[in-house]
Design a protein around this ligand. Structure first.
Ligand SMILES: [Fe+2]
Ligand SMILES: [Fe+2]
Length: 419
């Protein structure tokens, strides 16, 4: 349903020879961000003795790759982990290890990692072993593992739940509502740019202005299937009709945003620009409890924070510049504000239904600081975009920080109400 509806509105990404980029926005970002989390596991233990293993764990990860807020590049990292567990009603043990691995696909997608360290078993069967393990995880909560405690003759296979993955929260892109797939946030391609020249709106505008409006058109376009997916996932957990209808209305509004941004980009580039959809497939349904956690955490990140910040930025951008562009930003601001409010409504509903699990998951990510927004390396003069509907980097950052702080205060009230 998603593919058919969205593809009927926008084309799939064009082939390379049909795309003529209007400019480039080089990636930036930071290396070495530290993240962490906690979890619990259950296992079948064999070797010296058959039994049921269980325990809790905490981990930290030092990310090794360049980290950026809005792309979908996979992450990798290493860090410490500790586990405290037991087998049946005895054999308590402490594992102190290093873990390391990465996401083989996209950012926020499935992950795999290895573990190496020491196991200290206490009590009647005290001893020390070499801990090794391999873990494979899904984007949300669940993971499976195989572990061996050499010299203690203990082996185990099992499953666990972690909040969140070893490589951080599932994304905090601040452009708008990103399209999340099984393998992470979908990467936006390039728009189709006609080779035929038309009359440019402003010949004096720097080249990056057209490129940034084109990029906006692409991210707005990705928000169309993102809202269709939200509507479908709400339907699957029997959410109230009004939430599903609001998500469908938002998808329609994102179509309009994509077209408006593409029109502005085209007028700056002097060529007709058509937005394209990222490649995507609908996500597989989750068990109801985990689906509610996903709905709540994504509503916080993508709706309350992401679209709320997008609305605040568009409101400021609508105060200056060309009247036609002010009108575009004003419409985007009004619609994005309603999308952010939809995020708050979905969050409140999921909290009410999901109870402590949903509440704990949202609380766990509520203090995560959204990463700094990317800023194109080639945009040398960050203050000269106001006439063209583009905000300076400092302005965007200030708006985002204020919005995140306000949203956290509001979230505290929402969580208190839900307790
Ligand atoms: Fe939008
Ligand atoms: Fe939106």
């Amino acid at each position: 349903m998603l593919t058919a509806f969205a593809a009927a509105t926008f084309p799939e990404p064009a082939s390379a020879d049909a795309v003529a980029p209007t400019g480039s926005t080089g990636p930036s970002g930071s290396v070495g961000k530290f993240t962490g989390g906690a979890g619990a596991y259950l296992s079948f233990v064999f070797g010296e003795k058959l039994g049921v293993g269980y325990g809790v764990e905490a981990f930290g990860t030092f990310l090794l790759n360049r980290e950026s807020s809005c792309d979908s590049s996979a992450r990798s990292g290493i860090g410490p982990m500790v586990q405290f567990g037991a087998v049946d009603l005895g054999r308590p043990r402490l594992v102190v290890a290093a873990h390391g691995g990465g996401e083989p696909g996209n950012r926020g997608g499935a992950w795999v990692e290895g573990e190496l360290g020491a196991t200290f078993r206490f009590g009647k069967h005290r001893g020390m072993g070499l801990h090794t393990g391999v873990a494979l995880g899904a984007p949300y909560l669940a993971y499976g593992f195989g572990r061996a405690e050499f010299f203690l003759n203990e082996y185990s296979v099992g499953a666990g739940a972690r909040v969140f993955t070893p490589f951080g929260i599932p994304g905090s892109c601040m452009v708008g509502r990103p399209l999340r797939t099984e393998s992470g946030i979908a990467q936006c391609g390039r728009a189709i740019v006609a080779s035929q020249l038309c009359e440019p709106l402003r010949c004096d505008a720097p080249e990056w202005v057209a490129a940034e409006w084109e990029q906006d058109a692409q991210t707005e376009c990705a928000s169309v299937p993102a809202f269709l997916q939200l509507a479908e996932e709400l339907l699957m957990v029997n959410a109230p009709d009004h939430l599903i209808e609001e998500a469908l209305v938002a998808a329609q509004q994102e179509i309009a945003h994509a077209r408006l941004c593409a029109r502005v980009a085209g007028r700056y580039a002097g060529r007709s620009i058509t937005p394209t959809l990222p490649m995507f497939a609908a996500r597989a349904p989750l068990p109801r409890g985990i689906a509610l956690v996903r709905l709540a955490t994504e509503s916080w990140l993508d709706g309350c924070l992401g679209e709320g910040a997008a609305a605040a930025r568009a409101e400021v951008a609508a105060r200056s510049g060309d009247p036609a562009i002010r009108q575009v930003q004003a419409q985007i601001a009004s619609d994005e504000r309603s999308h952010a409010e939809l995020g708050w409504r979905v969050l409140a509903w999921a909290l009410e239904l999901g109870g402590a699990n949903v509440r704990d998951a949202v609380r766990a990510i509520s203090n995560t600081t959204p990463q700094e927004e990317e800023w194109p390396q080639d945009r040398i003069a960050p203050r000269d975009g106001a006439d063209h509907g583009r905000l300076a980097y400092e302005t965007r950052q200030r708006i985002m920080v204020n919005h995140v702080n306000d949203s956290r205060e509001r979230l505290d009230s929402v969580l208190t109400l839900a307790s």
